[in-house]
Ligand binder design. Sequence first.
Ligand SMILES: [Zn+2]
Length: 73
Amino acid sequence: MAFEFEAIASLVKCPGCGATLIPAENALICANPEHRFSFPILDGIPLLLAEEAQELSTEEWTAMTSSSTHQQD
Ligand SMILES: [Zn+2]
């Protein structure tokens, strides 16, 4: 069952800093370059919990936020 990440991405906020979340592969990425948390998506369910989040390096964050799912036109 597909989960419409993009549909909900504009509705949910990073629980850590309140920034927008960017849908990526198997994760939702905090759009705040100072925060860079990656929240895992397990079995189609985004785990928006600080305990489950992984802080990305600046390089990882840049790569994941610039190559998100917006290239499927
Ligand atoms: Zn954040």
